[in-house]
Design a protein around this ligand. Structure first.
Ligand code: ZN
Length: 140
């Protein structure tokens, strides 16, 4: 982008800024939208900043959901019945994390509709009976 500013316009300099990359260098911005000392600092911020953290978080979430799915698959295949009901402790011992899933779906059984937490290939529902929690596993 080329600057078309006339020399007479805006003679007052912009206030000094601290570089947004985290290096703590102070610099004189030449444009109001300059937040980094130079392009090297901009690139550093881009490659190491919040974007990357967010992306890493997404990868971690996907990994956990995949692992959850594999754990349910293992027990589903082991029992080889349309529905599998297990003590939640069993799958948790394998690393199952019941707070992560892809979406909530409704499955109709007779008159009733039940909310299931869907992963990729399997879905589950947590049931509580007294002090014991059970997991109901079903294929999607
Ligand atoms: Zn910097």
């Amino acid at each position: 982008m080329t600057r078309m500013k006339k020399k007479s316009e805006d003679p007052s300099p912009l206030p000094m800024r601290i570089c947004a990359c985290g290096c703590e260098n102070e610099f004189q911005p030449t444009r109001s939208d300059q937040f980094h000392l130079n392009s090297k600092h901009y690139d550093f911020a881009y490659n190491n900043g919040p974007r990357k953290e967010k992306y890493a978080e997404e990868i971690d979430t996907t990994k956990i959901i995949r692992k959850n799915d594999r754990i349910l698959e293992k027990y589903f295949r082991l029992f080889n019945t349309p529905f599998v009901k297990l003590n939640l402790i069993i799958v948790k011992a394998e690393g199952f994390k019941d707070e992560l899933f892809t979406r909530i779906i409704a499955i109709k059984k007779g008159e009733n509709e039940y909310k299931y937490h869907a992963l990729y290939k399997y879905c589950y529902r947590i049931l509580k009976k007294g002090d014991v929690e059970y997991i109901l596993i079903q294929k999607l």
